[in-house]
Each structure stands twice: as structure tokens, then as C-alpha cells.
Design a protein around this ligand. Structure first.
Ligand SMILES: [Zn+2]
Ligand SMILES: [Zn+2]
Length: 434
């Protein structure tokens, strides 16, 4: 059996990386600093590094404005981003893939880590650890409140172990650092660029999610398929008193759409969700509103149910627009699929996790019918090609729930996640060789 050795000092290093990433949180498609540091580290470790348009298709969902991208790029430049790598990410192409080729033949194994933060103002209460330990966000209004800072550091920890154990590697190991998971935007573009085309084993992960430290969930199902839609109704302004008949009322079109969207009948094939989260319309009290925008999302337990809700939603938007003579344009700004972890890989990860110090409970499989996660795009792609894919959860102590201003993860999860992934590689080799 191939046995990898892990340098114990890596835990300190992972904590240092995490606290650094935590201080400079970058939202989806603006991870210039984070991605460039990752690219630099991977390159130092001897990985083949692919970056920017090499790992992302041009067609990306939910990219911020050029202005916002520019501001974030400059911030990254001023805070230690590596210029040579950042140059390849202009326009928000902030994905990185590191590949290590073993000397012996073997399978292609991929690990996926997400890098983005959220637009949340981090707590400045002294009791909040990042505050009293001195690594609170330097960017007011942005925060790593989901643990993706931890994911990045675990990914780099994994890369360090692999580089130090090159002789043990059979086949290829790819470490995928994905931008823009929040809002489920980044994964599809990496799949479209071919990043997981050659992958036999795909492993995604999240820390926390309510499971205690010491618990490892080896596989998941139930992530809801989803699309995030920005819709814009364009009407015509007119004097509301003098000639209202000359206007085309975009606000009423949007309001009609909202009621219609929330009235879409349920589907007998499974759970679904729809939500119109924002509506911005109109210019003034005495003006027929010429514009209205909606931000909405649809979700479904399986692709049949989700396709139904999505198509109904588009029909409602189009119908409501037509009723009031407005023009409708809409954009899909995020999407994820539903996906179930592969049984065989769940077993492999479970066996691996059982061997890890600090693991108290291994749960083979957990069903999450609530949220969405765009790693499902990668999982689905790998499974369709005959590969195996899973999404694991590494439990840890949380100071508050995900996406909360006092969110903070217990760093004790780092050596557990790292050892579990290394043991998983060992188990895969054993499974392949049997
Ligand atoms: Zn999140
Ligand atoms: Zn997350």
C-alpha cells in the first residue's frame, strides 16, 4: 500500500494560510489575490498550474461589473496579490487548477475547493475570534462567512503533502480551486472549459454545515437543482396625469409576474421552491414606471421538477410582460444541478475517514434538501463519463451559522480533513489495484 507521510507542521501552515485569506475576503469572480497566492504556492510545490481562461469558459454566470472587477483587482494588487498570475485573471477569470503527475500509471483524481467570500460586514465584537486574534476582514462589507478560506488552506495543505510524496503518486492528481460558488456561478464555466473531462474520481467538500468536530459525512444527496434569474421589464414613461395611456407600465408587469411566479403549481415528482427576492421599479410618483427588475430563483429536488419550475417561471415572466406591452430580457446568473454521491466512492471515503485521528463518527451519507451547491455540475459531469464523485462534509465547531456576521470555524478540522483526503487517495489506489 502506498503510504503518504504528513509533516505535522502543516497544521500551523494551514492555519496561517486561512487567517491570511480570511483577512482579504474576495467575492465571486474577484478572487484575484486568493487565486494568485494559490497559483504561486502550487507552482513553488512543482504543480503544473493552469489559470484564467485555461480553466474557465468565456460564458460565465453572474460576473460583477467591469468597474467592480477593476476596484477588486487594484485592492488585490495593493495587498500582496502576485502580478504574474493576476495578469491572466483580468476580467474576473479567477480559477486555478494545479496538476501533479505521478511517475507510475494510475487514475485521475480531482479535489475541488471553492475560494469566494460574501458581502457581509464581519462582526467587530471582541469575543469574535478573528477580532481578538487579529485576523478580522480588512475589507469592510466583505467576509469569509462560509468557510471557503478554510477550504483554500486545506487545498494548499493537500498540495503540500502530495508534492512531498511524489514517489507515492500513481496517475494524476488535480486540485481545482473554483471561483464564485456563492450564487452557484463558477462551477459550470470550469466544466465547460474541460477541467473535469478526464477525471475518474472527484471529491468535493465543505467544512461545518452544522456537523460537530470529529464527524465526517462521506457522501451527500439532495442538493436542489437551481437557477438564479435576473429579469428586466422595459416599458415606456409617460405623464401619469396628462397622458397615462401613452405609457407602458413595467412596474405592473413585474408585480403581475411576482404573483404568477409564486402561484406556479407544485409538481407531483418532488419538492420545488420559487422565490422573488428583490423588485426594483419606477422613477417617481407621477411617472408611469418605465423599468422594473426582479431577482428570483427556482429550485427543484430533481431535474424533472426543476426544469418544470424553471420553464413555468420563464413563461410567467414572458406572459406578464406581454400583458402590459413591455419588453422582457432575462439572464441566468447562477445555476446548479442535483446530484447523488457515488456509492463506491462513499465507501472509499468512509474507510479512509475511519483511519483518521480525531474522527469520532463517520456518516456514510446525508441528505440535504434545502440548499444548492454548484460542485454538482462537476460531479454530474464526472459521473456521466463513468467516473465516481462524492461531496463530503467535515464537521467542525461553528461560532455562528454559515453566512452570519459572527461565523467562525474551529481550525481543529484542518488536520482531520487533510488526513482524510490523503487516506482517501491511499484507499483509491488500493481499490484500483485490487
Ligand atoms: Zn455559503
Ligand atoms: Zn460554502
Amino acid at each position: 500500500m502506498n503510504v503518504f507521510t504528513i509533516n505535522p507542521s502543516l497544521t500551523e501552515q494551514m492555519i496561517a494560510w486561512r487567517r491570511d485569506f480570511h483577512q482579504y475576503p474576495e467575492i465571486g469572480w474577484t478572487e484575484f489575490r486568493t487565486a494568485s497566492i494559490i497559483a504561486h504556492e502550487l507552482s513553488q510545490l512543482g504543480f503544473r498550474v493552469q489559470i484564467g481562461k485555461e480553466v474557465l469558459s468565456e460564458d460565465r454566470m453572474g460576473v460583477p461589473s467591469d468597474f467592480q472587477l477593476g476596484v477588486c483587482f487594484e485592492e488585490a494588487q495593493n495587498n500582496g496579490g502576485y502580478k504574474e498570475y493576476m495578469e491572466k485573471m483580468v476580467g474576473g477569470y479567477t480559477g486555478v487548477v494545479g496538476t501533479l503527475q505521478g511517475k507510475k500509471a494510475g487514475p485521475s483524481i480531482a479535489f475541488r475547493f471553492d475560494m469566494d467570500a460574501l458581502e457581509i460586514l464581519e462582526s467587530d465584537e471582541f469575543a469574535h475570534s478573528p477580532m481578538h486574534l487579529g485576523f478580522r476582514s480588512q475589507y469592510e462589507g466583505k467576509m469569509h462567512a462560509c468557510g471557503h478560506d478554510a477550504h483554500c488552506s486545506i487545498g494548499l495543505g493537500l498540495a503540500s503533502v502530495l508534492a512531498a510524496n511524489l514517489d507515492q503518486i500513481e496517475g494524476t492528481i488535480k486540485i481545482i480551486f473554483q471561483p464564485a460558488e456563492e450564487g452557484v456561478r463558477g462551477a459550470k464555466s470550469m466544466v465547460d472549459a474541460g477541467v473535469v473531462d478526464d477525471v475518474d474520481y472527484f471529491l468535493g467538500m465543505h467544512v461545518g454545515t452544522g456537523s460537530p468536530l470529529g464527524t465526517v459525512i462521506a457522501g451527500t444527496s439532495g442538493f436542489l437543482a437551481t437557477t438564479k434569474i435576473d429579469a428586466e421589464f422595459t416599458g415606456k414613461a409617460a405623464h401619469a396625469g396628462a397622458e397615462p395611456e401613452k405609457g407602458k407600465n413595467a412596474l405592473i408587469a413585474a408585480a403581475t409576474a411576482i404573483l404568477g411566479l409564486h402561484a406556479i403549481p407544485h409538481h407531483s415528482g418532488g419538492a420545488s421552491r420559487i422565490n422573488v427576492g428583490t423588485c426594483i421599479a419606477g422613477d417617481g410618483r407621477n411617472i408611469v414606471p418605465a423599468s422594473a427588475t426582479l431577482q428570483l430563483e427556482t429550485r427543484g429536488e430533481n431535474s424533472e421538477v426543476h426544469n418544470y419550475v424553471h420553464e413555468q417561471a420563464i413563461a410567467v415572466l414572458e406572459g406578464a410582460s406581454k400583458m402590459y406591452g413591455t419588453e422582457l430580457s432575462y439572464e441566468i446568473v447562477g445555476a446548479a444541478k442535483t446530484c447523488t454521491s457515488s456509492e463506491k466512492l462513499i465507501k472509499i471515503v468512509s474507510h479512509a475517514a475511519e483511519t483518521v485521528d480525531g474522527v469520532e463518527e463517520v456518516v456514510p451519507h446525508s441528505k440535504f434538501v434545502a440548499g444548492s451547491e454548484d460542485a454538482t455540475y462537476m460531479m454530474d459531469h464526472v459521473q456521466r463519463q463513468g467516473g465516481l464523485a462524492t461531496y463530503a462534509i467535515f464537521g467542525t465547531t461553528l461560532a455562528a451559522g454559515h453566512h452570519h456576521e459572527k461565523f467562525d470555524i474551529g481550525e481543529a478540522v484542518f488536520p482531520i480533513a487533510l488526513s482524510a483526503w490523503i487516506a482517501t487517495i491511499e484507499q483509491i489506489y488500493q481499490y484500483e489495484g485490487r
